[in-house]
Design a protein around this ligand. Sequence first.
Ligand code: BDR
Ligand code: CA
Length: 313
Amino acid sequence: MKKIILDLDTGIDDALAIAYVLGSPDAELVGITGTYGNVLLEQGVRNSLALTELLGHPEVPVFRGEPHAQAAEGFRVSAATALIHGPDGVGGVELPAPRRTAEEVPAVDFIVRAAHEYGADLVLVPTGPLTNVAAALHKDPEVKDLIGRVVLMGGALTQPGNVNAWTEANIGQDPEAANEVFRSGVRATMVGLDVTHQTLLTYDETRQWRQLGTRAGEAYADMTDFYIKAYETTAPHLGGCGLHDPLAAAVALDPTLVECLPINMKVEIEGATRGRTIGDERRLNDPEKTMEVAVRVDVERFLAEFMSRIGSL
Ligand code: BDR
Ligand code: CA
């Protein structure tokens, strides 16, 4: 059975990724590590604690991760992000007050420990900035070869970004960390906007969760309706909200949902295109490709899996 760590900046699609993994009989969610992005670090940790309780899994440990490099100067969530996920990251939906707190162990130490404990069975699924992952690879270089794979939501190879023409939000928060992960040689799959903009959810699906008559079904429907509404304003051409983070979780469990281009990647860290994900010119001819970029997705099969796994809300 795959052991999963979700590394989350817990906004609404991160919340959907939690429900996806917890609804998967073929996966064990061994921990959630918190990062910043959709919300500040502390709020994200609080959301993860509340959501795991709402879903009936208070046993899943939640760890506090590294702050943003500019945390000391007062890092703020952008107004555009707050519009999509709400200032609290969960669209203003009231969640149960968590009855526990985050673990004492820092997220990075937990990732390192889990890499040694689970080895190749461990899949790390970051769906926020790659700050914690880069720090773990730094702290213990053995992590790179020990873990099975990193399946990350972030970047865009064949599409424009969603922050600006070049940059996707998760990568744009910490391009240096992302570049370190991309160039580290860790086995990694990039699930970027190339595929996540094809997997969309509409009110038709959230209506089904509401009909379950459960507190979790109601809360998830409310949160996701908020998210769909935000997409109606920010990206009306898509016709639904992007299932970014749950797609990364799904690919971690079943890589056959996507077709990948094997290519060693880098992240541009300077100039106007800072944050852009692109092939690494220094390693394009390397015979070994440690990274894969998802370029096609079986939309129908993913949406069916998504609805069936989330259906036990
Ligand atoms: C990514 O950015 C965040 O807003 C979402 O949660 C997702 O991880 C999409 O660019
Ligand atoms: Ca996210």
